[in-house]
Design a protein around this ligand. Structure first.
Ligand SMILES: [Mn+2]
Length: 425
């Protein structure tokens, strides 16, 4: 059974946003006394919403329990995006621990690379059990050992492993995500909440609801709680975009997480190459209509995460509300070449998902080049026929100029729209 229908019945986007657990409903009713009669009525309605939300929350957890029970003792492949972020990494780990209680063995895998210095530190310091399946080794992988597949913090569109999963006819059992619809995906259990800031929030809610008993003397639990706290912080811009539900799960995690360990993860330093990409983004940026747009040329696969980091920086400029940074990412063996872009915005009325889909459109197969979530988005444009032959620097330069111009044109069309006013004179 899919929870999509369940969600659309009980969760209009606005009520999904106001979801809260029973603790807070209690706190709220204690505050009621201080309100005037009108606002009391308002609180009563929001309490009503809460009860409905609690109910659907319970239903979600019950459905997940049943799904896990049905697959007891199986082995599942948990896919996260090629360049996993803390939200995906921590959520996948929490899922693995939850599934373990049903004797389901989960292998968390990604096909790209850990690129951001904080993510490398997170995985090393917590011993986070995510495995890298390099593109070169994909052909040797045997998917027949798995009974099914689970997608966490994605819908399969950001993983190079997805075509393999489809080819192996692995059924998708579970999808837990907070991104907008990327592609039609079918699964036994889907919990997709586009109003929720972090997948780590969803997973922590499951844990809070009893799917896993966290124990502060269990080292693994402490590290997983620390990872979830990091995931939650990083997808809410250090809690600045957090909502009530995020603070509630953060409060819960604060009982278990290791603040010193989190600090160590956050202290990790940027590499020189990342600094260089940030420098190029500053030099190359153009600012129009409060949008800052920068192409950074070629960068190594390992430094791919420099793009979102440069974007994070450009959006901090005065009079800029939205930043887009992109570049051509390639690996040493040149079997990979793709334009990667990232968007950050502070403008509440700008939907990154819509913006990217509208600006860049779809590929020949009808798939969008990218998408997004609240305040952030990204895209990938494969180079197709233009792929390779970069040993000729003249050609490499030309190729970059063409792509740079094309992407800028497409973005600027939306940044400076024609006003299309019918002129009468
Ligand atoms: Mn996320």
């Amino acid at each position: 059974m899919s929870l999509n229908s369940l969600n659309s019945q009980n969760h209009s986007p606005s009520t999904a946003e106001s979801y809260s657990d029973s603790d807070s409903a209690m706190a709220e009713s204690q505050v009621v006394e201080q309100y005037s009669p009108e606002s009391r009525e308002q609180v009563a309605t929001s309490d009503q919403h809460r009860q409905e939300d609690d109910l659907s929350q319970e239903q979600i957890v019950e459905t997940l329990k049943k799904t896990l029970e049905r697959h007891r003792c199986e082995r599942h492949l948990v896919l996260i995006q090629d360049f996993p972020d803390p939200d995906a990494l921590s959520s996948a780990w929490a899922y693995q621990l939850i599934a373990q209680q049903y004797e389901i063995q989960c292998d968390i895998v990604y096909a790209g690379i850990l690129s951001h210095q904080e993510n490398i530190a997170l995985v090393r310091l917590t011993g986070l059990p995510a495995k890298r399946w390099g593109v070169q080794t994909l052909k040797e992988r045997d998917l027949s050992v798995y009974d099914g597949c689970v997608l966490i913090d994605n819908q399969g569109t950001t993983s190079q492993l997805m075509p393999m999963v489809k080819e192996a006819k692995l059924p998708i059992f579970v999808v837990i995500d907070h991104h907008s619809d990327q592609e039609e995906v079918e699964a036994e259990f889907i919990d997709q909440r586009v109003q929720t800031r972090a997948t780590a929030t969803i997973l922590t809610q499951y844990i809070k609801a009893g799917l896993l008993q966290l124990n502060s003397s269990n080292n693994k639990h402490v590290k997983c709680a620390t990872a979830l706290m990091h995931g939650l912080r990083s997808d809410t811009n250090r809690l600045m975009q957090a909502q009530e539900e995020d603070f509630l799960v953060a409060a819960y995690l604060s009982r278990f997480y290791d603040a010193q360990l989190l600090n160590a993860v956050l202290q990790s330093a940027r590499s020189k190459r990342v600094m260089d990409v940030i420098e190029r983004s500053i030099k190359n940026r153009i600012v129009q209509n409060n949008f800052s747009i920068a192409g950074v040329g070629y960068l190594r696969y390992d430094d791919r995460d420099a793009i979102p980091q440069a974007t994070d920086f450009l959006v901090t400029e005065e009079n800029v509300h939205t930043a887009v940074v992109y570049g051509i990412v390639h690996n040493e063996h040149e079997e990979l070449e793709v334009v990667i872009g990232s968007l950050r915005t502070n403008k509440l009325t700008l939907d990154p998902d819509e913006f990217i889909k509208e600006a860049l459109g779809r590929d020949a197969q009808g798939r969008y080049f990218g998408g997004g979530r609240y305040m952030a988005g990204g895209f990938e444009v494969p180079l197709g026929f233009l792929y390779g032959y970069n040993e000729n620097s003249q050609y490499a330069k030309l190729k970059w100029e063409v792509l740079d111009t094309q992407i800028k044109q497409k973005l600027l069309r939306l940044v400076n729209p024609d006003d299309n006013v019918i002129r009468t004179e």
